[in-house]
Design a protein around this ligand. Structure first.
Ligand SMILES: Cc1cc2nc3c(=O)[nH]c(=O)nc-3n(C[C@H](O)[C@H](O)[C@H](O)COP(=O)(O)O)c2cc1C
Length: 165
């Protein structure tokens, strides 16, 4: 049985839920998946592949996602890896493929990631925090698309099966 770690970094829960959707879709495709906060993962032992997801804040991946990739860079470079970002508070991520932000693109190259996807984000209209409240005044809502997330994860399961047979 192929075992995949889905590690996520989320500030307000939206990316955490996307990671759960990735995990559920992998399991539906016959792959074992553990979904865990990136900051709590100590070792990649026992995992055949890794998916890392982070929320985007001010043009950067969530700090915990960056730390995770740097800390586990050697282990990741020896496993199939996929990355995702969650951010845009509009329909753009549903309408077209959005490239990773430069910092994520650099990390993707470092671990030879097989793919990256940008998914829409979520921000509550009453989000707490000075910056978040300011952003929420002009852009709030839930722009995550579970079907798109599930299709992306099903593609990962397909790739993994073709790598391991
Ligand atoms: C202060 C702030 C800055 C943000 N900056 C970006 C950004 O640079 N790019 C982007 O695509 N989304 C940005 N977003 C949207 C978030 O990425 C989105 O709300 C995401 O779903 C948050 O994930 P989380 O709930 O897991 O923390 C920003 C949101 C806030 C509140």
């Amino acid at each position: 049985m192929i075992r995949v770690l889905v590690a996520f970094a989320s500030e307000r829960g939206g990316t955490a839920e996307i990671a759960e959707w990735v995990g559920a879709a992998l399991r539906d495709s016959g792959v074992t998946a553990d979904v865990r906060p990136a900051g709590e993962v100590e070792s990649l032992d026992g995992y055949d592949a890794v998916v890392v997801g982070g929320a985007l804040y001010v043009g950067r991946w969530h700090r915990e996602a960056r730390r995770f990739v740097r800390h586990h860079a050697d282990g990741l470079a020896h496993r199939p890896v996929w990355l995702f970002s969650s951010g845009p508070l509009d329909r753009s991520a549903q309408e077209r493929a959005i490239d990773p932000v430069p910092g994520v693109a650099k990390l993707a190259r470092r671990v030879h990631a097989r793919g990256h996807a940008t998914f829409g984000g979520r921000l509550a209209p009453d989000a707490r925090g000075f910056m978040a409240a300011k952003v929420a005044r002009t852009a709030s809502g839930d722009f995550r698309d579970r079907d798109r997330v599930g299709a992306w994860a099903a593609g990962i399961a397909r790739d993994l099966r073709s790598v391991t047979v």
